[in-house]
Design a protein around this ligand. Structure first.
Ligand SMILES: Cc1cc2nc3c(=O)[nH]c(=O)nc-3n(C[C@H](O)[C@H](O)[C@H](O)COP(=O)(O)OP(=O)(O)OC[C@H]3O[C@@H](n4cnc5c(N)ncnc54)[C@H](O)[C@@H]3O)c2cc1C
Length: 382
């Protein structure tokens, strides 16, 4: 059988696309094969993102905030997000929500198999797993099969360990999240804590670094323990959930259309914002665009818009500044948060700012290092 679409990888991007396809009357009857090596039954990650309006996944939002804190050695501020809301979704809620919904559709097939290659010709695309081969008109891929090589020269890694901790006494203020606390040691590179209270007795505490390589496993635990004790002043707590992640913050180019009839989505399609690691909201925008193009029978490989290219260049410039150690991450983020309104910063970080707003953000940063890196990245064609 030849499917209309194969979705290779049923994580954030694959399932976001599946959900949107099934919402769209002109596409919801297409035959869709979804393949993942995993059964998606684990709560393996927590997604946070910001948006102005209720999104497609509003019913599974676990917690949300309109105020976030930024803390650095010489600067602390409570950020009022204005028209934005910062939202949290638990991975398992998302997987269950989309998979349960999709199971009502007889034209959707789920398979748990490991993909080893994806190929295509003029009229179709083929997915090979260890035991089988499947054919379709189009493949949407979020496996790492076509990913560029990530090296210490072309990438920083955003790596983090998060604990959801539960206390007996009410300690947290669930109205205020802590976006970045840079007051901790910066010996490895940009390093901060992230604290998101979901109730007065529960919070996600995440130790995050932007550095070329990972730390010893135990270092993440000891940093979390120290911060919880010394900064949050909590002695008694239980850890109810743990997560660990590594997200590439890369100058390497992730291909959107690696071969005819194959479309990369998610991190593999370059939808991880290189300068922050945020991906969820950019996946949702890409999916909305894919649905629009499929509906109108438009080319799915349309070129990037001028503004997309510009954000790409900003991101690459910042990565280059950090990789070449011209400025520290702590310096850059502190300067940005000190001198700009939170709503403007979130618009900028979410690729939703105007050119004038971009210029205002750039003016809060030292010109020379960004100019040198910016020119270098304009010349970088890889
Ligand atoms: C712990 C963690 C927390 C994160 N938190 C945030 C956050 O707060 N905000 C944010 O915006 N981003 C966050 N991210 C980054 C990003 O949003 C996620 O990584 C997101 O899941 C990326 O979506 P994706 O679909 O590209 O990849 P994934 O969700 O990883 O999906 C890829 C899928 O492909 C499957 N797969 C891979 N290889 C094969 C193969 N060979 N055969 C079959 N199946 C295969 C995998 O099993 C997986 O299900 C986080 C990442 C992690 C790891």
């Amino acid at each position: 059988m030849k499917y209309d679409f194969i979705i290779a990888g049923a994580g954030c991007a694959g399932l976001s696309l599946l959900y949107s396809l099934l919402q769209e009357p002109t596409l919801q009857k297409k035959s869709i094969l979804v393949i993942d090596k995993d059964n998606k039954k684990k709560n393996d990650r927590t997604w946070c993102f910001w948006e102005k309006k209720p999104g497609l996944f509003e019913s599974i939002i676990h917690a949300k905030w309109n105020t976030l804190e930024f803390l650095s050695s010489d600067f602390e501020e409570k950020l009022d997000l204005g028209t934005y809301t910062y939202k949290m979704i638990q991975g398992i809620d998302f997987y269950n929500f989309v998979i349960d919904f999709a199971k009502k559709f007889s034209n959707v097939t789920f398979l748990q198999e490991s993909i080893i290659s994806i190929n295509s010709n003029e009229t179709s695309a083929n997915v090979k797993t260890i035991d089988n081969s499947y054919s379709s008109n189009l493949v949407f891929n979020s496996t790492a099969i076509f990913n560029p090589e990530i090296t210490e020269e072309n990438s920083l890694l955003q790596h983090f360990k998060g604990w959801v901790i539960k206390t007996e006494e009410p300690i947290f203020n669930p109205e205020v999240g802590r976006l970045m606390d840079f007051r901790i040691a910066q010996e490895h590179g940009a390093t901060f804590m992230y604290v998101l209270p979901t109730s007065t007795t529960e919070a996600l505490v995440e130790f995050t670094l932007f550095t070329p390589s990972l730390l010893e496993k135990e270092s993440y635990n000891s940093a979390l323990k120290k911060y919880i004790k010394e900064e949050l002043n909590i002695d008694n707590y239980t850890i109810t959930h743990e997560e660990f992640g590594v997200i590439p913050m890369s100058l390497a180019k992730f291909k959107k259309n690696p071969k005819k009839n194959i479309i990369n989505i998610g991190t593999s399609g370059g939808y991880t914002k290189a300068s922050s690691g945020y991906t969820f909201q950019f996946i949702q925008k890409d999916v909305a665009q894919i649905i629009e193009n499929l509906k109108l029978d438009n080319n799915l490989n349309a070129n990037l818009s001028f503004k997309d290219k510009l954000y790409n260049w900003y991101d690459r410039t910042l990565i280059d500044v950090l990789l070449s150690k011209k400025l520290t991450g702590k310096d850059v983020f502190t300067k940005i948060f000190k001198k700009n309104s939170p709503e403007k910063i979130f618009a900028f970080l979410g690729n939703e700012s105007s050119l004038l707003e971009d210029i205002a953000i750039m003016k809060s940063l030292p010109l020379k290092p960004f100019l040198v890196s910016g020119i270098k990245q304009l010349q970088n064609k890889n």
